[in-house]
Design a protein around this ligand. Structure first.
Ligand SMILES: *[C@@H]1O[C@H](CO)[C@@H](O)[C@H](O)[C@H]1NC(C)=O
Ligand SMILES: *[C@@H]1O[C@H](CO)[C@@H](O)[C@H](O)[C@H]1NC(C)=O
Ligand SMILES: *[C@@H]1O[C@H](CO)[C@@H](O)[C@H](O)[C@H]1NC(C)=O
Ligand SMILES: *[C@@H]1O[C@H](CO)[C@@H](O)[C@H](O)[C@H]1NC(C)=O
Ligand SMILES: *[C@@H]1O[C@H](CO)[C@@H](O)[C@H](O)[C@H]1NC(C)=O
Length: 492
């Protein structure tokens, strides 16, 4: 009888232990499994070869375009002017649609993530990108998803919007590319559901916060919690630079991304890969520091591209200059996020299709034409913005209204984008270094110039004194360049 007493509690204890074990083990195994998945990927992740000449523009420039960073402007107002016609690779805003080993081209602009590099000639490719403050990037992604989806509200119902909208010629291309090809249809369905509900029920007065007008558009605070945002938006810059987006070429990306979102600590491994990638890029710009970024872009990429293209203009144009190919290129619509509804006259007019004018463009001219290009470009964008918002009035996304968004929502965005927050800080450091490098270079040439001109005012003798070291320096430079050429030839 007495022995009976402890038994139930003992049983209970054993049950508890068993429960604890079965509960703890899968989770532990899961973490352990995930850790090895992530680490295996980290150690095998392809990276560009680290070379001393990382600052030299190589044969192929890959513009890794993170959505909503303003990359479109760079493409439109810089790159498009430098590399025209056959120099531009077929647009592959969705999946690579050409064979890089067969098709010779010099510029590839894409929302595809870094995994695309695995398809490109690694040691002949330079990568550039632009990063943006993560909170602004999320706001902007939300706003553009809504704005693009409002187009469909012209239709009486979702069925007719979905079946007939396929024929909207120029607008379809934005909707065909990642990430808009997922975000916009999703938002479209949501807009229609809310409109239908509004028509059935009575409408109350709206809140004054356009990011929280539940009757018309999914509120921002709900949008950021939706699984689609987790799949596509949060930590999007880190995933894109790492090559792990939902649109990746790496077969293991899905599992790695899944593990990283489940076990936050593992995100640090991915972040490290992304940082290393940024280190090896030819250029990293910041959306926020637009003017300085653009100037630096002209200094770092523009100047080299100009001299490279000048060099190639004498003699044979790259093998692929081919009438039919070229015309199909110019036909393919280049729309991405920001070019929606851009009137045709905004399409770069300064550049002839033949590409002849590009060869003559100087760095100064490039910067000059950039300014006017940017302003007409942003005019076109605000035009789209205004006409889209008319369809969902009183929702109106403005800079002022962003300030009404509660701090808690901003904090939540930050925490959902913890890796991007760190990557952005890192990008700022890289940007500062780049800035020092380019300004050092220009002050050095200035000093050099003033040294020579001051030498002219003095006697023959001292002039020789100044020039002798300069001449020696030049000779040694030429020798070392030659030597380097020879070693690189040997490598081949
Ligand atoms: C949707 O609109 C189309 C065109 O007006 C109409 O023919 C169709 O019956 C509508 N469908 C529904 C389910 O209301
Ligand atoms: C990417 O994310 C979207 C939206 O959540 C989803 O519909 C799609 O299936 C995903 N694609 C892959 C390859 O995971
Ligand atoms: C030009 O391109 C077309 C289509 O890609 C191809 O069929 C043709 O052979 C090419 N011509 C030359 C001269 O390369
Ligand atoms: C480019 O420069 C060359 C020689 O300097 C000149 O002959 C040609 O007309 C220029 N082309 C354009 C489009 O300015
Ligand atoms: C949105 O707000 C801006 C600035 O306050 C205003 O100029 C614009 O007319 C508004 N648009 C709509 C559709 O209400």
């Amino acid at each position: 009888m007495r022995l009976m007493d402890p038994t139930p509690s003992l049983r209970f204890a054993i049950l508890l232990i068993l429960l604890g074990l079965t509960n703890a083990f899968p989770q532990k195994r899961d973490f352990g499994h995930c850790e090895s998945v992530v680490k295996r990927w980290t150690s095998s992740a392809p990276s560009l070869e680290v070379k001393a000449d990382n600052h030299a523009l190589r044969d192929l420039l890959f513009f890794l375009h993170v959505p909503r960073t303003g990359g479109r402007t760079y493409f439109h107002c810089f790159l498009h002017k430098l590399y025209s016609g056959a120099l531009e690779c077929p647009r592959s805003y969705d999946k690579l649609n050409f064979d890089p080993s067969k098709r010779k081209c010099s510029l590839l602009v894409s929302h595809d993530d870094y995994s695309l590099v695995s398809k490109l000639p690694k040691d002949r490719t330079s990568v550039v990108t632009i990063l943006r403050d993560p909170i602004d990037r999320v706001f902007s992604t939300y706003e553009l998803s809504v704005e693009l989806a409002t187009e469909f509200l012209a239709y009486p119902n979702l069925t007719s919007a979905t079946t007939t909208a396929g024929s909207l010629s120029s607008k379809t291309s934005t909707l065909d590319i990642w990430p808009w090809k997922y975000l916009v249809p999703w938002m479209k369905e949501d807009l229609f559901a809310r409109r239908d509900a509004r028509r059935r029920g009575s409408r109350d007065t709206y809140s004054s916060d356009p990011y929280n007008m539940e009757d018309i558009v999914i509120p921002l605070h709900k949008f950021i919690k939706d699984p689609i945002s987790q799949d596509i938006i949060h930590n999007g810059a880190t995933f894109q630079v790492a090559g792990l987006t939902n649109n990746s070429y790496f077969p293991e990306s899905r599992e790695v991304r899944h593990c990283v979102t489940q076990h936050k600590v593992l995100g640090q491994h991915v972040l490290e890969v992304a940082k290393r990638r940024l280190d090896n890029m030819l250029y990293v710009g910041l959306t926020e520091d637009h003017k300085k970024s653009a100037t630096m872009f002209a200094d770092v990429v523009g100047a080299q591209a100009i001299s490279q293209l000048k060099g190639s203009s004498s003699g044979v144009e790259t093998a692929s200059t081919n009438e039919s190919e070229q015309s199909s290129l110019s036909d393919s619509k280049s729309d991405d996020d920001q070019s929606q509804n851009v009137p045709p006259d905004v399409e770069v007019s300064a550049v002839g299709k033949d590409g002849a004018s590009n060869k003559n463009m100087t760095e100064g001219e490039l910067k000059e034409s950039y300014e006017s290009c940017v302003s007409s470009f942003s005019d076109a964008q605000s035009h789209r913005h205004i006409s889209a918002l008319k369809k969902i009035s009183p929702v109106n996304f403005t800079k002022e209204s962003r300030r009404q968004v509660p701090e808690a929502v901003l904090q939540e965005i930050k925490s959902l984008n913890n890796l991007d927050v760190e990557l952005y800080e890192y990008a700022k450091e890289i940007f500062a270094q780049q800035n020092r490098r380019t300004t050092e270079k220009s002050t050095l040439t200035e000093k050099f110039g003033s040294m020579i001109s001051s030498a002219y005012g003095t006697s023959q003798r001292s002039r020789l004194f100044v020039f002798l070291p300069v001449i020696l320096l030049l000779i040694s430079c030429i020798l070392s360049v030659n030597a380097r050429r020879r070693t690189s030839k040997v490598k081949i």
